[in-house]
Design a protein around this ligand. Sequence first.
Ligand SMILES: [Zn+2]
Length: 318
Amino acid sequence: MKKYILLNSKRLPPFLMIFGLLIFVQSLINYANAKVISSVKPIGFITEAIASGVADTDVLLPDGASPHTYSLKPSDLVKLKSAELVIWVGEDMENFMPAILKRIDKEKQIELMAIPEIKARLQTSHNVHEHEDLQNHDALDEDHHGEYDEHIWLSPKIAKIIAQSIHDKLVTLYPDKSTLIDENLNEFIINLTETEQNIAKKLITVQNRGYFVFHDAYGYFEARFGLKNLGSFTINPAVQPGVQKVYAIQQELKKHQAVCVFRETQFSPAVIEKLVNGTDVRIGELNPLGTGIALSKDAYSQFLSKLTQQLLDCLGKN
Ligand SMILES: [Zn+2]
């Protein structure tokens, strides 16, 4: 509204009027550029592959931010309200989303966990019992996992269903671009199938190498490629684990003859060093969110390939 006041005021110098006009035009352009917004980056990778050349895409969470601990910023609300389509996982993964999405047209949203074909392929969070054994309740991990594992972007099979759902929605939003959207989907499926085959060939060499993780996020990927996850340890990444906890984890590592433990960037190397001290266990790093990978048609395959390389970097050593 301010802009109109500026433009109508006869007392303003001409350069201010032009400035006001530019801001007004820019806001129209921004509005015209309304985007397809994905909540987390790996979902954004799939979205970009299908929407490429059709609509601008963007990712809500900043690179590397965990959906488990994120809170929306005022600028996020602006982004979400102006989006033509919002794609998100589900409320156990992104508990900051339902409140804002209530104010947005249902037709402009895709909640992936609500799609029947995805529901049919969900796995439970397979390390729930280990969590119970080893965690102190004051050291609850940052995850708010529900009954099912919501890290669905780590399943290539579910990724294909996600791509299909985004395709179907985009065709209804942009019917004049349906040919391109079809082509994008085909290309995505072909590339991903090839990537999956390459990954399977590489990971077959480490299928008997057991490991632990500090974040139970990789269940779908592990199931698809037959990896030997021995369990997950629940520790607070910000707090040095106590003596008892360290001892319990070291006993587990030895008992199961783990080859590696995988940390994520939120864990300082020093904390993990302490845990493997006195064992032969190596420390690897995994990134479940595609941090550092730019949005592109090929990004989802890059993401899975990078994860594969991270697994091999630790498990593949002799
Ligand atoms: Zn998680």
